[in-house]
Design a protein around this ligand. Structure first.
Ligand SMILES: [Fe+2]
Length: 396
């Protein structure tokens, strides 16, 4: 059968160093009053852009986000305080969490029910939106999440330690202002883990077996090439704009890839891992990727063998298993080169890992069923056990 193809992206992308200095004009396209969401850690950088917007006459409601990965209670509480303030547009300025928070507030400020009702869960569909939501502008300060161009917002439900995702075309950002100048201050570890999250998006969207999406594959492969060529340099020379710009492009391409064909097993593991341990998303994905790929080679080497040839331009080897192994070796070498060859144990300590193995397996099977089904090998609780052991403790 021939491959069907299609692509839809309602987000205008402005990807130029210095582009965020035009934020006031972009903002005014959508109204007079902007809610400006930024993380507390970026107060100084955000303050400079808040002043710029204020000087240009934009009415502002600043919102300093205190929770790094916002819970549904935090979002609903914020929406309660912000409702009725005449907000026309929401700006998400920061990493994935700030952009996701902006998207969640765009819904929460216009809808009746609590935000969790709009998450798309494996055991129930989301509540349909009533009427329009507020337009969202994204201004990423990291290169990884891709949230600047996706219709996704990840939420945490603290009582069940569950992560859920809103998947709503209505929250596709209207404009993504991708300004590499905002990324030069990113610390080395964050540069590495967010860049590897972008790589995982590209990889997982490319090997995802759920549906035909040749354009997503095209973007995914290009994003992987960019990460291979630029991530190490971006961590070694943080002030060099060229590497930041290339990583910003990689993250956006990978974000577009997952907007059209979602993530698979490393994300299915990293999200509950984050909910249980508070390991940040990019780091959780990074440490899950190699164990997942290693356990994929035997059952389905063809996708990774193809990437060996088409992304790494590797020589033809005797069989697909060898080519897939060579590809995984390249990914592992990159992870090691940027100092991210870690395990859960090396990040949170041995004591915190006690009992985690089974709790994590339970959580993966309970909450993240869909991405697991999209992986080239279908894992169940039993076949996940050695993978999760490797993620927590390292290979035997
Ligand atoms: Fe991710």
């Amino acid at each position: 059968m021939l491959d069907a193809f299609g692509f839809k992206l309602p987000t205008e992308i402005i990807g130029a160093p210095g582009a965020a200095r035009d934020l006031a004009d972009i903002c005014r396209r959508f109204g007079e009053k902007a809610l400006f969401v930024y993380p507390v850690q970026l107060a100084d950088l955000a303050g400079a852009y808040l002043n710029l917007l204020k000087d240009a006459g934009v009415a502002l409601v600043p919102f300093e986000q205190a929770e790094p990965e916002p819970t549904i209670d935090y979002i609903d509480g914020a929406a309660k305080k912000l409702k009725g303030q005449g907000i026309d547009v929401v700006i998400g300025f920061g990493g994935g969490s700030a952009m996701d928070m902006a998207k969640a507030l765009a819904i929460a400020l216009t809808q009746k029910e609590g935000i969790w009702m709009y998450a798309n869960l494996s055991n129930r569909p989301p509540l349909p939106l009533e009427g329009a939501v507020l337009p969202v502008i994204t201004v990423p300060t990291t290169s990884g999440t891709g949230s600047e161009v996706t219709p996704y917002a990840v939420l945490t439900k603290p009582d069940t330690q569950q992560k859920g995702t809103i998947q709503e075309p209505a929250i596709f950002p209207r404009v993504a202002v991708i300004d590499a100048e905002l990324m030069v201050g990113m610390p080395k570890g964050l540069t590495a883990s967010t860049g590897l999250d972008a790589f995982a998006h590209a990889l997982e969207a490319t090997i995802n077996v759920s549906k035909q999406a040749p354009m997503a594959e095209l973007f995914g492969k290009e994003a992987m090439k960019l990460v291979f060529a630029n991530l190490k340099a971006a961590t070694d020379q943080p002030g060099k704009l060229e590497y930041r710009q290339n990583m910003a492009l990689a993250a956006a391409l990978a974000g577009m890839a997952i907007s059209h064909r979602g993530t698979t097993t490393a994300h299915a593991i990293a999200e509950p891992l984050g909910a249980l341990t508070h390991i940040p998303h990019g780091l959780g994905v990074t440490i899950s990727t190699i164990p997942v790929l290693r356990h994929t080679i035997e059952g389905a080497p063809e996708g990774m063998a193809k990437l060996w040839r088409e992304v790494c331009f590797g020589e033809k080897l005797e069989n697909e298993a060898l080519e897939a192994t060579a590809f995984v070796g390249k990914v592992e070498a990159l992870i090691t080169a940027v100092g991210m060859n870690k395990t859960v144990q090396t990040i949170i300590g041995t004591d915190e890992c006690q009992g985690l193995h089974e709790r994590l397996i339970d959580s993966i099977m309970k909450f993240k069923f869909r991405p697991l089904k999209q992986h080239p090998v279908e894992f169940d609780a039993n076949s996940l056990r050695p993978i999760v052991r490797d993620i927590i403790w390292g290979p035997k």
